[in-house]
Design a protein around this ligand. Structure first.
Ligand code: UP5
Ligand code: MG
Length: 193
């Protein structure tokens, strides 16, 4: 495995819980390479030559999980583009136990999960607000409800599984962006020490 020695941290939590916001700040403070699986899928969807464009846009709008081999391929390629990096934040992945196993078997074993715990009502408000300007096809009430369902049924079990292994840092998403990041930064510093 080319990634066996790297520190890979999964950034997980429901839709709109703050994964992207906090990951961007962790890049500044700790020199992580930040890879958002959702961003990689959205970029792939836009490439004219991609054979997966329509499949990806359908899955994103419906709030369901794109077949794992596609996402893992994109993540692996993106990691390869940073051979010098020692720390990766993988944001919004894995979203199912099967994806977690496939990543472990074909890429590497993640050392830690950073989990943003957030009530659905807070996530809903933030996503609807973001939807006014984001241009994301899934920031509307119908798609958001479907995303919540997938999160509860498929993605939350991944966090629970890592928690059983004692590998989860939990951060509450309540409070201002600065408040939440302050806790995130403290916890990450402790983990990396
Ligand atoms: N905001 C953030 N923190 C705040 C705070 N403390 N106070 C007030 N506002 C705050 O934040 C969301 C919004 O809240 C922003 O406007 C922010 O300013 C504000 P953000 O940091 O963007 O949250 P994040 O958790 O990143 O939300 P995101 O919508 O990106 O999460 P999702 O998990 O829904 O989206 P993702 O892009 O990861 O996936 C999208 C879709 O891709 C999935 O539904 C799925 O269909 C597909 N997908 C796969 O199939 N497989 C994968 O592996 C990954 C994705
Ligand atoms: Mg995000």
């Amino acid at each position: 495995f080319p990634f066996g020695e790297k520190t890979v941290v999964f950034v997980l939590g429901g839709p709109g819980s703050g994964k992207g916001t906090n990951s961007a700040k962790l890049v500044e403070d700790f020199g992580f390479v930040h890879l958002s699986a959702g961003d990689l899928l959205r970029a792939e969807q836009k490439r004219e030559v991609s054979q997966y464009g329509e499949l990806i846009s359908h899955h994103i709008r419906e709030g369901i999980i794109v077949p794992p081999e596609i996402t893992i391929g994109l993540l692996r390629n993106a990691m390869m583009e940073h051979p010098e990096a020692n720390r990766f934040l993988i944001d919004g992945f894995p979203r199912s136990l099967a994806q977690a196993k496939a990543f472990k078997d074909t890429v590497c074993n993640a050392k830690q999960v950073l989990y943003f715990e957030c009530p659905e009502a807070v996530m809903l408000e933030r996503l609807l607000d973001r939807g006014k300007t984001s241009g994301r096809t899934d920031d509307n009430i119908e798609s958001i409800k479907k995303r919540f369902r997938t999160y509860v049924n498929d993605s939350k079990p991944v966090i629970d599984d890592f928690a059983k292994q004692g590998k989860v840092i939990t951060v509450s998403c309540k409070g201002s962006v600065d408040d939440v990041y302050k806790t995130t930064k403290q916890q990450m510093a402790k983990f990396l020490k």
